[in-house]
Design a protein around this ligand. Structure first.
Ligand SMILES: Cc1cc2nc3c(=O)[nH]c(=O)nc-3n(C[C@H](O)[C@H](O)[C@H](O)COP(=O)(O)O)c2cc1C
Length: 303
């Protein structure tokens, strides 16, 4: 695989170019719709996608309101310096346009809940309200604010300690964990792009989570690595198997009806049998049965 790269020296870029490149390359990013209040109790709601969680013990989220022209602080940051409490509301597809509406540079004191007709819901342990329409909200207090500079564009890392998590019942599984596709969260990319997390957009990596290490691509036999039927992605998935199958497992794979039929049909035509086994292996990988696929594919090394 060969790939050529365009390299940018940071000193050759202006702030707008750096921002545009980072927005499209560090993506997709979750969106924090942050509600705060000032010392007079006036509510503010604004979105921030320079956002993630950075610690589970203690549970801490981080987002970064950058400085405006002239090095001025955004209303959210000013409010947090006055009242160090906030609610971080997650954004689903349903409220994506309303979220966008709240991002306007409104004057301090303008309530973006009203602008976007979002419903403020009283929080249980902090003063700012949460967004009722949001599927998840985190009630937080400010742990620390780390300022990265005094120029326009400089980030201010707001480390927000989570006190309460509210998740819509409609997104909960019986296991008491939220279901990723039911949350329907959106992400922010470059330009004006956003992404959805609908079921067809999601994929699982078929890893054996009981083991933290895979056998690696080098452990796959030549007949598997040189296959015309298996893709590089298939090999990568096989390589995440926890161990090579033992001879009993390969014997069991040999007893699959599909394999017996191949031997009956092609008798001594080894290449035809091999192709049939590789097709079967590929379909087992696609069905998420990686370990069964590996045992099936290793039959070829025994014929
Ligand atoms: C999806 C989205 C993500 C945004 N992310 C950020 C961000 O991470 N940091 C930032 O400073 N501004 C970000 N903005 C812009 C702010 O929302 C905007 O400056 C807003 O007016 C700030 O409001 P405030 O002054 O009331 O705090 C984002 C806007 C949108 C639409």
């Amino acid at each position: 695989m060969s790939q050529s790269f365009k390299t940018f020296d940071i000193s050759s870029l202006n702030n707008t170019q750096i921002e545009a490149i980072l927005k499209s390359t560090v993506a997709p990013r979750p969106i924090a719709l942050v509600s705060t209040v000032n010392k007079d109790g006036k509510v503010n709601l604004s979105p921030f996608s320079y956002f993630s969680f950075v610690s589970t013990t203690p549970p801490v989220l981080v987002f970064s309101p950058t400085l405006k022209e002239g090095g001025l602080e955004k209303n959210t940051l000013e409010n947090l310096r006055e009242v160090p409490e906030l609610v971080i509301n997650m954004v689903n597809y349903e409220i994506a346009d309303k979220m966008y509406l709240t991002s306007g540079e409104y004057d301090k004191g303008v309530d973006e809940f009203v602008k976007a007709e979002l419903t403020p819901e009283a929080s249980s342990v902090v003063t700012p309200p949460s967004v009722l329409e949001s599927p998840v909200s985190f009630e937080c207090k400010v742990d620390q604010i780390i300022s990265l500079g005094d120029q326009e564009g400089a980030g201010n890392l707001v480390l927000a300690r989570i006190l309460k998590i509210n998740i819509s019942e409609s997104a909960m599984e019986p296991s008491d964990l939220p279901n990723s596709s039911k949350l329907d969260l959106v992400g922010r990319l470059g330009d004006d792009y956003y992404c959805k997390t609908t079921p067809e957009a999601l994929f699982e990596l078929h890893k054996d989570y009981n083991n933290t290490t895979g056998i690696g691509i080098q452990s796959l036999s030549q007949s598997i690595r040189n296959s015309n039927i298996l893709s590089q992605k298939d090999l990568d998935m096989l390589a995440s198997s926890a161990s090579l199958p033992d001879s009993q497992k390969i014997d069991r794979a040999m007893n699959q009806d599909e394999v017996k039929e191949l031997f009956l049909e092609f008798e001594t035509e080894r290449d035809m049998i091999k192709d049939g086994i590789h097709k079967l292996g590929k379909s087992l990988i696609a069905a998420g049965k990686t370990e069964d696929a590996l045992a099936t594919l290793m039959i070829v090394d025994q014929i």
